[in-house]
Design a protein. Structure first.
Length: 338
């Protein structure tokens, strides 16, 4: 049977666990998909603004912001502070050892432009390289829904970022954590956390790290237990994804950030504007699982109407950067056969 590509998104019948309805030509995700309506977005925007009004000035910072220096996180920070200038923001960039110098420059510039405080979270590079190598060599460390949304390297990295942002929010009494995920990536714009959920997520990630072969006894990657134990259980932080509520268009985002001084990197990577690990992570994921780790995210963005289908297909099938794969694989001591 020949490959069938969903008529609405970019998923196809050769991808694991994807079924295409031969009559409708739609994958099972598109058949059941219900996008946020304009009314839904207005409701969530009003809720977000109400939250901002209630929490301003409550802690050392109002917002802990996940800043990568990439286009989406730069745009979201710019628009956030433009629309809500009263928010006191601490923007945290996790330097995973492979963040491009250009991305760090962009992140610092966005903080200067928006009047946000900048903090670069760094860790021992040799230790980080060991983590990325073990993640690449692992199989099925993450559950299926996570494995199909990102590579094992990226899932590990993103989990560390989330753990440490929640830790910072609790320690600094910051009520809100913000990520620059689109509606295709995070369909729920506002996520209210609680003590049990935070504790559960920490323990779950600890088990995933152990499955990869990492015992994080010093809690370098996990939320420190002492921080969770001392948190105000009546006022846990919440996570907000403003891009889910705002109109999103990749060209508009690039045009906006470029006008204010953001500079596009020369990574030759269609899916990342900030991280050198990405090409190897994608290659590794394709070799292990037979699916591009961005397939579900791109499909979600296309399905939501935020990216033309032809652009999504082009991104999904663009050749990976052999130069970046070779460069990073050599440093991590991973054998690749292109």
């Amino acid at each position: 049977m020949s490959k069938i590509v969903c008529k609405k998104c970019v998923l196809d019948s050769e991808m694991p666990d994807i079924t295409i309805n031969e009559e409708t030509g739609l994958c099972h995700f598109c058949e059941t998909f219900k996008p946020l309506t304009a009314a839904d977005k207005e409701k969530y925007l009003a809720e977000m603004e109400g939250i901002f009004d209630r929490i301003k000035g409550r802690g050392e910072y109002d917002v802990i912001y996940a800043l990568s220096g990439g286009k989406d996180s730069s745009y979201t920070l710019y628009k956030l502070k433009k629309d809500y200038p009263f928010l006191k923001v601490l923007a945290i960039l996790f330097n995973n050892g492979f963040i491009s110098g250009n991305a760090i420059e962009n992140a610092k510039k966005m903080c200067e432009i928006t009047g946000s405080d900048y903090y670069e979270l760094t860790m021992d590079r040799q230790q980080l390289c060991s983590v990325w190598k073990k993640a690449a060599e692992s199989i099925d460390a993450f559950p299926k829904f996570a494995k199909y949304r990102a590579s094992d390297i990226c899932n590990t990295c993103i989990s560390i970022i989330k753990q440490k942002l929640i830790e910072n929010a609790i320690a600094r009494n910051a009520p809100v954590i913000i990520f620059a995920f689109t509606a295709g990536q995070a369909p729920n714009p506002i996520i209210k956390l609680n003590y049990n959920f935070i504790n559960l997520s920490r323990n779950l990630f600890e088990k995933q790290l152990e499955k990869i072969g990492i015992k994080d006894e010093d809690e370098n990657f996990l939320i420190k237990k002492s921080v969770i134990d001392n948190m105000d259980k009546n006022n846990p932080p919440m996570i907000i994804h403003p891009l889910c509520m705002w109109d999103y268009n990749e060209d508009m985002v690039l045009e906006t950030v470029t006008k204010i001084g953001w500079k596009a990197p020369k990574l030759n990577d269609s899916n990342s504007t900030n991280c050198k690990l990405n090409s190897l992570a994608c290659y590794n994921h394709l070799q292990k699982y037979g699916i591009h780790p961005y397939a579900f995210d791109i499909a979600g963005i296309v399905r939501n109407g935020d990216m033309p289908r032809e652009v999504g297909l082009e991104k999904l099938h663009q050749e990976l950067s052999q130069q970046l794969i070779d460069e990073v694989a050599k440093e991590l001591k991973i054998n690749v056969n292109l």
